[in-house]
Every structure is written in structure tokens, then in C-alpha cells.
Design a protein around this ligand. Structure first.
Ligand SMILES: [Zn+2]
Length: 503
């Protein structure tokens, strides 16, 4: 007696189809599982047997062999429980074999036969549709992950008894299709934070807007309590809306990690703010059983390092390569796993250890202490900061009046990004911050006077060559925010004011 069903396995943040075969034959009663199962998958044996028994199904004392193929890929997670049970039940003739056609199964079993939710249903749903399957049967709590996918029927089940009956009677439920476009639109309307509520700090808000418009990495420097982290936390309110493809790409990461909340995909760009005690593998991605790190959870959104000087220097330096390649490569014996990591880096720090430099009435740090404080983040990551901006302790006069609100700022960002989209159409560049020297020479042309101004700043502020090009890229973004084709003195002067004096 032989049966075969399909399931999905996860590798990185993508899924591949796995065929689960069950064979029941005479001979000594035993259970074999072959096809490179991990220890979690091997434990399926116990769960499946107890779940079947508690559902009132007695497994005859025969030799049962379960094979997961392709054999070359390691199978991980508890999502194979349900397909293994279904394959055995079908081999025993308890489930009609023809009811399994065109279907994919994934779910974990608890000992009483309940079907529990599992991670990674969204990538499995995408892979199932890609491979032409018609129906995906999943734990009821996971249904929302597949409901946004066209041309795939998602069926949620609660326990084994329900599953057996629905397959035999051909009464599997089908969840309603959810329009992702509408969900994305709604998400913006429910926004609670707003830059309007940050009083004063207009210049830091402006710098933030420029940074977001050109996807430039950003550093806030200011005394404690000057609102650095509030400024950063409001960034999602001015980021451009995601399209369907971006939403699915980001949601796949969160699905694999089991981080999708409130029965919803990721409808907003991520904002990740790891604590400064974070380890290198939690930031970049895990080694043993490869898991995405914070930089991948921040993909297409913001990675915010508050109190940047408190992070371990070697942990911060680990960011260099992923920032260059926009991905994290986790090498393993069985081959590399690549996780996407294209994020905007935002850092915030005090100007010195006590936090009050250059206010000499408050700050008692010596100049060399101040230098040493910056030394902690100086290097390959600080080099990649395009925009530095200062925040100040507020004066009581700042508390009244209306500030610029997020809706206004977002609309200008949207326009500036549209200009960039047209400019770089057909290239691998999406934003001004990604321009290389060739594009800078092509798109950041200065008039003679303005060139002279920049040369003067270069000498006066001891800019590096990299710093010189950063000013040009940022000036390009400022001109785009104003809808200007060419960079003028005003744009250049503002860009010079954001120069990174710490690299
Ligand atoms: Zn100080």
C-alpha cells in the first residue's frame, strides 16, 4: 500500500515542493523516515502516531516507510506532520487517494489531533501556485497568508478528523480572496504617528525628509532628550507606499520567522530598532539553522541603531559587507544561503559620553574623550552615512505652533522618488544614494560658480573624495525634492550643511 502527497519545505526565505511518500508493507512493525529529515522532522513520528491514535485511528502493526524527496535538501520545521499523516491515512485507505490530487499540505499536529499553525506558509503558497497546484491545505490560523494569492485555493482546517472528512466528502472550505492592494491602502489611513507632533527640530525633520527621498543613510547627533529617536520612529510615516511585489517579498521573511502579527501580512515598510546589546548573528543572520537577522527584517525599510556608540564595534563593522551587497550571505557546509538586506540605515548618538558637547557649561569631556567617543563608530559604516544632522534641546518657545506634518512631507518624497524612478529607468539603480561615479558625473553637473563653492567647502572642511561625492548626491536629491532639473547654489549649500564630519 503506497501513497504520495505534496508539501513545502523552506530554504532561506523561499519554499520548494517536497513529495511525501508513505509505504505500508508486511514485516516487523516499525517506522522509518528517510530523505534527509532534520531532528524536528524526525520527531514527527511521535506526534503523528499519537495524533492518529487520539483521533480514534489505530495504525496496524506493519512496516511503515516515509520518504521525503528530493532527498538532497534538508527538511526542516514541523510543517511535515500533517502531510505525513495524510500520506499514511491514504496508504491505509482511510483517505481517498483521488482526493489528494492537485493539493499541497502543510501543518503541525498536536498530540490530540489538532492542527497547529506553522511558519513559512506564504512562501509555500507562492511556490505551490508557481508549480501549478490548485489547493493548499493549511492550519486555520495560517489561512490569511495564502488568501492574497490569486489562482490558489486556500483551505484552513482545525483538526485531523475534520481534514479526513472534508477530503473524503470533497467539502474542503475555501477562504475568501483578500485584495492586497486594498489592504495596503488601508494601512496608511490607520497611521497614528505624525511629524506634526514633533515640535521644533524643523532642520532635523528636513534632513530626514531629504534622506528618505534619496534613500540616504542618516545620522542624528544631539544631546539626550532632544528627540532623536522620535524623529527616527516617525520615518515610516513618510516612506513610500509598498507595491504588491514588495509586500510579498517582505512578508515572506516575516512568515518564515513566524513574525506575522494580527492575521495580516506586512502592510508597512519595516522599522527595526535592535538594542545595542545585539549579537552579530542576531544582526546579520544565524549560522547553524540559518535565520534572517535584523538587517533582513529591515529589508526595504529602516534599520535604526539608537545609541549607536553603545553597540560593540565589531558588531557594527559586520554591517559593511551586507550594506555594500544589499544582502546577507550565510555560508554553511551545505552551501550558502542568501537573505535580502536592502535597508536605509539610521543611527542616533550623543555628541560625547556625557551628551552635552559642545555646550562647554554642561560638558566636561576633554577633546580627546570626544574624539574617542566618535572613534567607536568611525570606519566602514560611518563612511556610508550620507547625511548628518544635529538635534538641539528645545527652547520653551518651540512648544507652541504647528510643525510640518507627515502627509506634506510624504507627498514631496513621493514626487522626488518618481523623478529618480524615471531617471534610472532600465538600470540597477533606484535612488540617488546608489549612484556611482559615472552617474554622479552625468546627473550632478554644476555651474562654474557652484563648482567653485563646492571646491572651497572641500578644502575648508577637509572633505574626503567620498565626502565630495556624497555632497553631490545629496544635492541631487534636494533639487529633486524641489522639482528642479539642475542643481543650484541653494541645493548645494544645504547638502554641504549635512556633510559627514566624522568619517
Ligand atoms: Zn561631554
Amino acid at each position: 500500500m503506497f501513497s504520495r502527497v505534496f508539501s513545502g519545505g523552506i530554504s532561506g526565505i523561499d519554499a520548494h515542493m517536497v513529495c511525501v511518500e508513505a509505504d505500508i508493507s508486511g514485516g516487523l512493525p516499525q517506522f522509518h523516515m528517510v530523505g534527509l529529515p532534520s531532528s524536528e522532522v524526525k520527531e514527527a513520528r511521535e506526534r503523528v502516531f499519537r495524533a492518529l491514535s487520539n483521533t480514534g485511528i489505530d495504525i496496524p502493526p506493519r512496516k511503515i516507510t516515509v520518504n521525503l524527496s528530493p532527498a538532497g535538501i534538508r527538511k526542516q520545521g514541523s510543517g511535515f506532520d500533517m502531510p505525513i499523516a495524510v500520506a499514511i491515512l491514504s496508504a491505509l485507505g482511510i483517505i481517498r487517494a483521488d482526493s489528494l490530487e492537485n493539493k499541497v499540505f502543510a501543518g503541525e499536529l498536536s498530540l490530540d489531533g489538532h492542527i497547529n499553525k506553522v511558519n513559512g506558509i506564504l512562501p509555500i503558497a507562492l511556490a505551490a501556485r508557481q508549480e501549478g497546484f490548485r489547493t493548499l491545505v493549511v492550519p486555520r490560523e495560517n489561512v490569511f497568508e495564502g488568501a492574497v494569492i490569486e489562482d490558489l485555493r486556500i483551505s484552513g482546517v482545525s483538526d485531523l478528523k475534520e481534514l479526513i472528512r472534508a477530503l473524503n466528502e470533497d467539502t474542503l472550505s475555501a477562504s475568501e480572496y483578500i485584495s492586497l492592494e486594498q489592504e495596503l491602502k488601508k494601512a496608511y489611513e490607520q497611521e497614528k504617528m505624525d511629524y506634526r507632533d514633533i515640535k521644533g527640530q524643523e532642520s532635523a525633520k528636513r534632513a530626514t525628509q531629504v534622506a528618505v527621498a534619496g534613500f540616504h543613510n542618516l545620522l542624528y547627533i544631539g544631546p539626550p532628550g532632544s528627540g532623536k529617536s522620535m524623529l527616527a520612529r516617525c520615518i515610516p510615516t513618510i516612506l513610500s507606499r509598498m507595491d504588491r511585489e514588495e509586500c510579498l517579498e517582505i512578508s515572506k521573511i516575516y512568515s518564515v520567522m513566524g513574525l506575522l502579527e494580527n492575521q495580516s501580512l506586512m502592510l508597512r515598510r519595516p522599522f527595526r530598532s535592535p538594542h545595542h546589546s545585539i549579537t552579530a548573528s542576531a544582526l546579520i543572520g544565524g549560522m547553524g539553522n540559518p535565520r534572517p537577522g535584523e538587517i533582513t527584517l529591515a529589508h526595504k525599510g529602516v534599520l535604526f541603531l539608537d545609541e549607536a556608540a553603545e553597540f560593540k564595534k565589531d558588531v557594527i563593522e559586520m554591517l559593511r559587507q551586507p550594506m555594500e551587497e544589499k544582502q546577507a550571505v550565510i555560508s554553511r557546509l551545505s552551501g550558502n544561503i542568501v537573505f535580502p538586506a536592502d535597508f536605509m540605515l539610521v543611527m542616533a548618538m550623543n555628541p560625547c559620553r556625557c551628551g552635552f558637547y559642545p555646550d562647554r557649561q554642561m560638558c566636561r569631556c576633554t577633546q580627546s574623550e570626544v574624539d574617542r567617543y566618535f572613534g567607536k563608530i568611525r570606519g566602514p559604516v560611518l563612511d556610508r552615512i550620507d547625511i548628518c544632522t544635529a538635534t538641539f534641546r528645545l527652547d520653551t518657545s518651540d512648544f507652541s505652533g504647528e510643525g510640518t506634518d507627515s502627509a506634506q512631507m510624504r507627498e514631496q518624497v513621493r514626487k522626488a522618488q518618481k523623478v529618480q524612478y524615471e531617471r534610472f529607468r532600465g538600470t540597477d539603480i533606484r535612488f540617488n544614494s546608489q549612484m556611482r561615479q559615472r552617474e554622479i558625473e552625468q546627473y550632478c553637473v554644476l555651474g562654474d560658480r557652484d563648482k567653485e563653492l563646492l571646491d572651497k567647502a572641500y578644502r575648508r572642511y577637509h572633505l574626503t573624495a567620498r565626502g565630495y561625492y556624497k555632497v553631490l548626491k545629496v544635492a541631487r536629491t534636494i533639487a529633486d525634492l524641489e522639482g528642479c532639473d539642475s542643481i543650484s547654489k541653494k541645493h548645494l549649500t544645504e547638502a554641504i550643511s549635512y556633510r559627514n564630519t566624522y568619517e
